[in-house]
Design a protein around this ligand. Structure first.
Ligand code: ATP
Ligand code: MG
Length: 414
């Protein structure tokens, strides 16, 4: 992509009312646009990061048998009344509206009810189970406070997965595979040193649900981490009994602030009983389906990565989610020889399948470097009158640069 064609321009300032580090940097660098508190638009650079994160999640969900769907955001009041989750006392984040004819509707903040209702058409026999579906969807939540940038949106992208199993045993096998898949996701987006599987309050029939918490001062949660065991306990269930049940020792735990990037939940047969989702067992008797629910906050994950990987100059993307692998910077472009070299370099990167943002603008070197640091692409590659038949490469986040041959660099990156 040619940077001269990119309609977003980096800014020195972010909106005065924007207090969070993630949104400040993302707005300044042109990844997102603030519509209002808790509502952000994703611009070309931002969308590239979102799609990288989604691809990683999709691969991991597909690998454990997930089938992708897309449910509707519009939700019927009557369905959610069945499970007593329409009531504002029970769910305080609904955006509610009504159709022209007067029927009440809400904007989906989660999708257990509609997916389970739909499955009544597709699940009849034990032979139909287990089955797993997932989606990427914009969720709507009328959050009371939304001061953490894209960490807490009133509108945000979630990956939600739902599992339908014939019994607890079948459910437990899948639940474990989701834990592994989630750990893979968080490792692959660069958070292996930060994310801990955390016991938290309530599944419907289990003692704990499991959250995936990333240690960060920008978070709103408090957890107790056992770094050697790689597990944590949420403050909300932290007591002597919990520690005993989990085989943890108070002296091994460190109290930290964290961001909940994922949450997995065992609903047991509760929702299926309420909604009438049953199947015929091997012995001919009828039984209710066992439901599990598994969320990852996609946009929150992007914000978490920014919170954890930045410096005073800007963002430092992990390679796996960066919008481009290479930021190619041409200097002295009025020199025909340099111009040809940098254009050739661009073509070579493209041919090698390496995503490259090419700063082809008429602008000072200092301005280009400052933008490059702000945007945070992993490799900065400079072609100028001084680089001769080599290119100058610097990793974002490191201070040393090196003169290398373009071909060697390309094979290194690949
Ligand atoms: P929180 O405790 O932070 O309000 P939650 O427990 O209500 O979150 P879930 O219903 O478990 O969230 O949603 C699944 C995932 O979606 C969460 O783990 C989180 O990563 C993400 N998420 C939840 N609410 C938001 C939000 N307002 N903005 C962005 N992501 C969110
Ligand atoms: Mg949660």
């Amino acid at each position: 992509m040619f940077q001269s064609k990119l309609f977003t321009k980096s800014k020195k300032e972010s909106p005065a009312d924007e207090l969070s580090r993630n949104a400040q940097l993302l707005i300044r660098a042109g990844y997102i646009y603030k519509e209002m508190a808790g509502a952000y638009a994703y611009l070309p650079l931002g969308l590239r990061v979102i799609s990288k994160i989604k691809s990683i999640i999709s691969e991991e969900m597909d690998a454990i048998g997930g089938q992708e769907i897309l449910m509707t955001a519009l939700q019927r009041k009557e369905l959610w009344e069945v499970t007593d989750r329409w009531n504002d006392e029970n769910v305080d984040v609904w955006f509610k509206s009504e159709l022209k004819g007067g029927q009440k509707v809400g904007l989906g903040w989660s999708h257990e009810e509609p997916v389970s209702e739909m499955m009544k058409q597709y699940i009849h026999s034990y032979k139909d189970l287990p089955l797993y579906v997932y989606q990427f969807q914009t969720k709507f939540r009328n959050e009371l406070r939304s001061k953490s940038g894209i960490l807490r949106g009133r509108e945000f992208v979630m990956k939600d997965m739902y599992s339908y199993c014939k019994d607890a045993d079948q459910h437990n096998v899948f639940y474990k595979s989701v834990i592994d898949a989630y750990i893979n996701v968080f490792n692959r987006v660069g958070l292996s040193d930060y994310v801990y599987i955390t016991s938290a309050s309530g599944g419907a029939f289990t003692e704990f649900s499991h959250e995936f918490q990333a240690i960060s001062e920008a978070g709103e949660d408090t957890i107790y981490v056992d770094k050697s065991k790689k597990v944590a306990v949420n403050d909300e269930v932290y007591n002597e009994k919990t520690l005993k049940d989990l085989g943890l020792n108070e002296k091994d735990l460190e109290k930290v602030t964290s961001i909940e990037v994922g949450n997995i939940f065992d609903f047991g047969k509760m929702k299926s009983e309420q909604l009438g989702l049953s199947f015929t067992k091997e012995d001919g008797n009828s039984e209710y389906v066992h439901l599990g629910s598994y969320g990852i906050g996609v946009t929150r994950l992007m914000g978490t990565i920014v919170e954890l990987f930045n410096d005073e100059k800007g963002i430092i993307w992990p390679d796996s989610v960066a919008p481009f692998k290479v930021h190619l910077i041409g200097l002295n472009l009025d020199n025909a020889d340099v111009l040809k070299k940098v254009n050739d370099a661009y073509d070579k990167f493209q041919k090698a399948g390496i995503e490259v943002l090419f700063d082809d603008r008429e602008m000072s070197a200092g301005g280009k470097f400052a933008d490059s640091d702000l945007i945070g692409v992993p490799y900065r590659v400079v072609v100028s009158a001084k680089t001769g038949d080599k290119v100058e490469v610097k990793r974002r986040g490191e201070s040393e640069s090196a003169l290398v041959s373009l071909d060697n660099l390309i094979s290194d990156i690949k």
